[in-house]
Design a protein around this ligand. Structure first.
Ligand code: PLP
Length: 412
């Protein structure tokens, strides 16, 4: 996390200027201190129940980050067989990995079964084929769509009626038929209603719907409430109060367990909550371009490295870390991609000069993992700060990386 100390911006105790000198820009920097703080906050908020936290791999999949969370006691939430393999490589016990794919083939699910991870299925067609093949020999979790509208943006909302995710709560009869005929053993119920939940009560309402659905499943071992915790992006921004959610959900969960007749595990799969604030993205100012309408700050990066502003209209707070004392002025920060790639309009920052470094906050989640080589640009390096020391955890790409897998042929 970026902090101003004695007039110098630092991350986890290391000066930003030192990081830029050593590793160059653009650069992703992660702070393990912040990751641990968030993990512990979530853990203590839900310590009234038997809670398991599965880090959502797709938010930030560097193997060192995965290992860090594993050592804190986290499991892993995966959405592809490749993430399953990555998790196993990172040392996770397959039993602590949940695999929640969407619209994948039965063949891919079979590969996950082979690895021994918890399977989570979200459509009746594949569930039927799964049951036909495995019967009760492989337990399965069912992803339910409770149809509760949550999420800050339509593209990150997954619980609404038009969403492709989950098995509708209204398809319960059909679901039961399939489970019964194929003798499927359902050991968990799951929901994930989307990112950026703005209201604790929305979460609780969805939870109640899941509790009601459990009457159809007698062999449950856990309920997985997915994720969607909103993190603050702007100074004074709204965020999910996990303490309040923890208190309320733990209470209703315990009551539910009494009714159900067994103590179940309570699972979560946060990505953004655990890593968003731990990450800072650093880019250097190439050019300051005054047009008739605005002052553009053009940096040595673009939507190829941080697509969230253009993809989700997300807000990343930006600071000119090279000029902490400078006069506050208004800039529009853009990238170097031949495509409109605006990081932020009309941002107040201390006076920007060419060569200054701009820090983008909340860049830990869905930053590097959504980066690409568009415009034949190299993807950035990644650095992790742990206990005041910096470690390179991913090298900056080179031309060889762009050429790898390309096959040169002679077209006669
Ligand atoms: C993406 C995803 C998550 C993590 O969501 P965040 O908003 O990053 O916390 C959790 N579970 C599933 C199934 C997901 O697809």
């Amino acid at each position: 996390m970026l902090q101003l100390k004695n007039g110098v911006y630092e991350i986890g105790g290391v000066a930003v200027s030192q990081l830029c000198d050593k590793y160059d820009t653009p650069l992703y920097v992660y702070d393990t201190g912040m990751m641990e703080e968030k993990f512990n906050l979530l853990k203590t908020s839900f310590d009234g129940a038997n809670t398991k936290i599965k880090f959502a791999c797709k938010a930030l999949n560097n193997i060192n980050v995965l290992r860090f969370f594993k050592n804190l006691g986290a499991g892993l939430d995966t959405v592809s067989i490749q993430e399953v393999w990555t998790g196993i490589k990172a040392g996770f016990d397959p039993k602590n990995i949940i695999y929640t794919p969407n619209c994948v083939s039965l063949e891919e699910i079979e590969l996950a079964v082979k690895e021994g991870v918890q399977i989570n299925i979200d459509n009746i067609s594949i569930l039927e084929q799964f049951g036909h093949k495995y019967g009760s020999s492989v337990p399965v979790c069912i992803r339910i769509n409770p149809h509760v509208m949550a999420g800050g943006n339509i593209n990150i909302s997954t619980g609404h009626i038009d969403s492709k995710f989950g098995i509708s709560i209204y398809q319960m009869r059909h679901l039961e038929r399939v489970i019964k005929s194929e003798k499927i053993r359902v050991n968990g119920l799951h929901m994930h209603t989307g990112s950026d939940i703005l209201d604790v009560d929305v979460f609780l309402r969805a939870a109640e719907i899941l509790f009601e659905a459990t009457e159809h499943f007698k062999e449950l071992e856990f309920i997985d409430f997915g994720s969607g915790f909103k993190v603050p992006y702007k100074p004074d921004d709204y965020y999910t109060d996990v303490k309040e959610l923890g208190e309320k959900l733990t209470r209703s969960f315990k009551n539910f367990c009494k009714t159900y007749g067994r103590d179940l595990e309570l699972w979560f799969e946060p990505g953004k909550f655990l890593v968003s604030q731990s990450g800072t993205f650093l880019a250097k100012v190439n050019v300051i371009k005054q047009t008739t309408a605005t002052v553009f700050v053009g940096v040595d990066s673009g939507l190829n490295h941080l697509i969230r502003p253009m993809f989700y209209n997300s807000y990343h707070h930006m600071l000119n870390v090279s000029n902490p004392e400078g006069t506050q002025r208004i800039y529009t920060v853009v990238g170097y991609i031949c495509e409109t790639d605006t990081f932020g309009w009309d941002r107040k920052m201390s006076e920007v000069r060419e060569g200054d470094v701009i820090a983008f906050q909340n860049a830990g989640a869905y930053g590097f993992t959504m980066s690409s080589n568009y415009n034949s640009r190299f993807r950035p390096a990644e650095v992790i700060i742990h206990k005041g020391k910096d470690y390179l955890i991913r090298k900056r790409e080179t031309l060889d990386d762009l050429m790898r897998n390309q096959v040169e042929v002679e077209l006669k």
